[in-house]
Write a protein that binds this ligand. Structure first.
Ligand code: GLY
Length: 360
């Protein structure tokens, strides 16, 4: 193959950068092709929440893989800090879910029973213990639970994964757009490039390059600033989540707009709804300064779990995408699955196969 790398990764979002880091750290020769700049897409505006028990409340493979990813996050944060001097801004102090419904999460609550039976920690919170996590929460809120999880700074974590990949000799080529795929090769604005394996990780744009039943789901969020400490961990309410960032800013998210197609414009209506819901949870937020409205596209597949699979009819093209709301949560485990497949010949898990679409 001459100068061809072992792996060409198309897409420099969190999935592409996680792949680049884990594969390069394993000794593979990796090149990332990013049409804009690393982390500029949905990874830029994501909340970075790591909340497997909330996002996959019913259990199943998403929860299991999400939990494994949390463990990997701890390893990566440490390894990346040692390697490049900066970590992923990981905080695993937990996640708090609250509700306006009084006396929720009683002794026979199905969520608590299910998660306890599966061996996961759920702590019931009362009015006073909720306020240890969220001192400024609305006085009417008296029911909550604490579960395992936390957050990363999404954009920064993406950049640090990329930086760590570069420290392991990965090459990141920004401003290179991929226009087509062949087996083991890509057509780009910088010419035709080939590798032992092409990995397509272009998020909501995956269907533009490979055959996959993926749709974009628009999400909008607001970033605001307030000097008061509202909460110490991400707080999920009934129709809003508020994520306190280390910068003193608060992330208010997020809409779910499956009908919006590829539109990425923030809208006043959605931002007003987010603001109203957030103020309902933390009344002090009415005084917050607006830092940045933002909209991006989550990539969703049937079943809402990602695809990590060889593209049909190709030997040397892997599709990795469709992480929907779970890109940050599942990024390390996604990369580890691909690494184990490429480096140790481990099978790719059926949970993330193409075949599951045929049986759905
Ligand atoms: N991860 C939460 C969201 O996509 O809104």
């Amino acid at each position: 193959m001459g100068d061809a790398p072992d792996v060409l990764i198309v897409g420099g979002g969190v999935i592409g950068c996680a792949l680049a880091y884990d594969l390069a750290a394993s000794g593979l020769d990796v090149t990332v092709l990013e049409q804009e700049r690393v982390g500029a897409g949905v990874s830029y505006g994501a909340g970075g929440m790591l909340a497997p028990q909330i996002e996959f409340a019913q259990g199943g493979p998403g929860l299991e893989w999400g939990m494994r990813s949390l463990t990997l996050y701890q390893e990566w944060d440490e390894a990346i800090r040692q390697r490049i001097g900066f970590g992923l801004d990981l905080d695993l102090s937990g996640i708090v879910r609250v509700t306006n419904t009084p006396n929720a999460w009683g002794p026979s609550d199905p969520f608590i029973r299910r998660h306890t039976q599966m061996g996961y920690v759920v702590k019931r919170l009362d009015a006073s213990t909720i306020r240890e996590w969220a001192p400024q929460i609305h006085p009417a809120i008296t029911s909550g639970i604490w579960v395992v999880g936390g957050q990363v700074d999404a954009y920064r974590a993406t950049r640090m994964m990329a930086q760590a990949a570069v420290s392991h000799n990965a090459l990141i080529r920004s401003g290179v757009m991929v226009t087509g795929i062949e087996d083991g090769c890509v057509m780009t604005t910088a010419g035709r490039l080939c590798a032992q394996m092409v990995i397509v990780a272009t998020g909501a744009w995956l269907p533009h390059l490979v055959d996959v039943p993926l749709k974009p789901v628009k999400g909008q969020r607001l970033l605001v600033a307030l000097p008061q400490l509202l909460a110490r961990v991400p707080i999920f309410g009934d129709n809003i989540y508020v994520v306190p960032k280390a910068s003193g800013q608060y992330f208010l998210g997020a809409t779910t707009e499956p009908e919006a197609g590829y539109d990425q414009n923030p809208t006043l209506e959605a931002l007003m709804d987010l603001g109203t819901a957030a103020v309902g949870l933390f009344p002090e937020l009415r005084h917050a300064s607006v830092i940045e409205p933002w909209a991006g596209l989550r990539p969703v597949l049937p079943g809402e779990l990602p695809l990590i699979a060889r593209v049909p009819r190709y030997e040397r093209v892997l599709a990795v995408g469709g992480h929907y709301r779970h890109g940050f949560l599942l990024a390390p485990i996604t990369a580890r699955i691909v690494r184990d497949w490429m480096v140790s010949n481990a099978p790719l898990p059926p949970d993330f196969s193409y075949q599951r679409f045929e049986t759905a």
